[in-house]
Design a protein around this ligand. Structure first.
Ligand code: CP
Ligand code: NVA
Length: 308
């Protein structure tokens, strides 16, 4: 039986907070949880959820993961707690650390998340910021591993905005030695500091290609991945971004250029007819609901390691 190992870092703020070995271990553990081969008890452990943005998958999968581990999750809605009134992060973090055993935080600025981690005395988990979505990436790689049996010779093409989801994918690809291509319109490239970090991690300097041409980026790809064009907090940019991302939809013609055994991923929620067509998301190529389910197993594994 696999036992959860304690991670070297106390927090999970970025995909780069874990090593390749730790990432592989979390994915293995997640697989065991999924196949009901493993049952770990974290009785009395409490996870606090602080979500400054909406969420279905991340919130519920964390709640269910805690329940399956034998613990509890508390949803600290900023509107009904003093967080929404503007209580300083350094006070909230210190107080909640005295009640909770870990905090999962979804917010805008990575620096606010880092502030929570600085003041909290318990593990802090990134449940999505504008910069990264590392819990999503765990589920993504679990889905890819299930499909292809591993990561050897896998090529991932991400088509869309080079922000949080893409940034965490790049960092995980660097850790695992997987080739990734990002196809985005000019001006929507991934964060340069993330690219720099990923290049430092990766042994293969050519693992990442950033291009403005989705047609060439999908040639020979095993995984096509997309995300919404306008992220949470960008509602006022929607019209402009819809124009900028014209031609960056995953549709039948684009999927036809990828490998025959290719699969399609989307972190969800999706805007059908924008970044992906209804036909493709409902097609036999789509693994989006397995991917969404895997959020639960991957986070259960992450929590088991953070509590180990
Ligand atoms: N993929 C994802 O994070 O979904 P939610 O916004 O519903 O949590
Ligand atoms: N990029 C998207 C991801 C949603 C899970 C957003 O930040 O809204």
């Amino acid at each position: 039986m696999l036992n959860p190992i304690k991670l070297a870092k106390n927090n999970f703020l970025s995909s780069s907070d874990i090593s390749k070995e730790e990432l592989i271990h979390i994915l293995e553990l997640a697989g065991e949880f999924k196949n009901k081969k493993l049952s770990i008890h974290c009785k009395n452990k409490v996870l606090g959820l602080i979500f400054d943005k909406s969420s279905t998958r991340t919130r519920v999968s964390f709640q269910v993961a805690m329940s399956r581990l034998g613990g509890t999750a508390i949803d600290l809605n900023p509107n009904t707690s003093q967080i929404g009134r503007g209580e300083p992060i350094k006070d909230t973090a210190r107080v909640l650390s005295r009640y909770c055993d870990a905090l999962a935080i979804r917010t805008f600025n990575q620096s606010d998340l880092e502030d929570y981690a600085k003041w909290a005395t318990k593990p802090v988990i990134n449940a999505l910021t504008d910069l990264e979505h590392p819990c999503q990436a765990l589920a993504d790689f679990l889905t890819i591993k299930e499909e292809f049996g591993g990561f050897d010779n896998i090529v991932i093409t991400f088509i869309g905005d080079g922000n949080n989801v893409a940034n965490s994918l790049i960092l995980c690809c660097a850790l695992l030695g997987v080739e990734i291509r990002i196809a985005c319109p000019k001006g929507y490239e991934p964060n340069p500091l993330v690219i720099k970090k990923a290049q430092e991690i990766s042994k293969n300097k050519n693992f990442l290609e950033v291009t403005n041409d989705p047609q060439s980026a999908v040639l020979g790809a095993n995984v096509l991945y997309t995300d919404v064009w306008s992220s949470m907090g960008e509602e006022n940019k929607q019209e402009e971004k819809d124009k900028d991302f014209n031609g960056f939809s995953i549709n039948k013609s684009l999927v036809g250029k990828a490998k025959n055994d290719s699969i399609v991923l989307h972190c969800l929620p999706a805007y059908r007819s924008k970044e992906i067509t209804d036909e493709i998301i409902e097609s036999e190529k789509s693994r989006v609901f397995n991917q969404a389910e895997n959020r639960l197993h991957a986070q259960q594994a992450l929590l088991a390691c953070l509590f180990a």
